[in-house]
Design a protein around this ligand. Structure first.
Ligand code: ATP
Ligand code: MG
Length: 263
């Protein structure tokens, strides 16, 4: 199904195209907003961002731009293939561009009319932008106040265009502790999607939840997330378990009793 890419309006939803996630988001991201995906290394932040871009092209006819401070484009293409998306083909078809640069250079470009960001967005009429990752902006300065200003400048630079953006930020902790206020990014963005590792019966699962979604109602449940060769699948909520956010959930007494009864 290909929708028209033309003329989204304020308040409109931009579906990520990711099975289950749009339902959690009450239809999708907010048009011309920035959403952050937070999570520990390997939780699936880059996969989620790549799928947002790929589904934009495939399902909604919306060209995309990937800005990466972390991986060479060839690594990104390889990772995208493993979840079923041929980004190189999109690039050849003028539906995708990938910019691999440093945060300092990009920050300069984004404030400059006619800079590489302007030109790339205009050349392919990009509607979706994925930035991987905002954590790298911390290399520019150690000062939290200055860092917050830089992040603000960066995000405002992105939103000068007719686009919707998804950015990633790395959590320092694998499980347990939630760190919310890194340089204030969580306060500036409109939507926060949190990815977590969860240990269940001696194996690691992935969990996803929407912590914040400005100006709209959203699903508050914590759901299981799968990464497959056909992309990301957001499943139903973890039933009968508490303490998911601690990383070590335990069965609620009712479920435990039922399981004992069925033994
Ligand atoms: N086809 C697949 N099936 C199952 N799991 C997969 C598949 N492709 C990738 N993965 C898993 O996805 C994970 C990588 O996800 P991703 O690179 O998106 O994480 P990340 O949060 O961006 O990590 P980092 O912070 O290191 O950049 C790997 O752990 C890998 O096991
Ligand atoms: Mg990554």
């Amino acid at each position: 199904m290909v929708d028209s890419a033309a003329g989204r309006t304020n308040g409109e939803r931009v579906p990520t195209g990711i099975v289950g996630l749009d339902e959690m988001l009450g239809g999708g991201l907010l048009y011309n907003s920035v959403a952050v995906i937070k999570g520990a290394p390997g939780t699936g932040k880059s996969c989620l961002g790549m799928e947002f871009i790929a589904k934009g092209i495939l399902n909604y006819g919306e060209p995309g731009l990937i800005i990466t401070f972390e991986e060479f484009p060839r690594q990104i293409y390889r990772d995208a293939i493993s979840i079923g998306f041929d980004l190189r083909a999109f690039e050849h078809g003028q539906q995708l561009r990938t910019i691999f640069t440093t945060p300092a250079v990009f920050l300069r470009e984004i404030q400059q009319p006619g800079g590489i960001f302007d030109r790339t967005i205009e050349e392919i009429s990009a509607k979706r932008v994925f930035v991987d990752s905002m954590t790298q902006l911390e290399r520019i300065t150690q000062d939290p106040v200055q860092l917050r200003e830089i992040m603000y400048t960066f995000l405002n630079g992105l939103l000068r265009y007719d686009i919707t953006a998804l950015v990633t930020q790395e959590d320092a902790f694998i499980t347990g502790n939630m760190s919310v206020a890194e340089a204030g990014l969580s306060y500036i963005v409109d939507t926060i999607i949190q990815l977590r590792y969860v240990e269940i019966s001696s194996s690691m699962d992935r969990a996803i939840l929407v912590l914040k979604h400005r100006a709209s109602n959203h699903d508050k449940s914590i759901r299981r997330m799968l990464i497959t060769s056909a992309g990301i699948e957001v499943k139903t909520a973890f039933e009968g378990r508490e303490g998911i956010l601690s990383g070590n959930p335990y069965m609620t007494r009712r479920v435990k009793k039922a399981e004992e009864f069925l033994k």
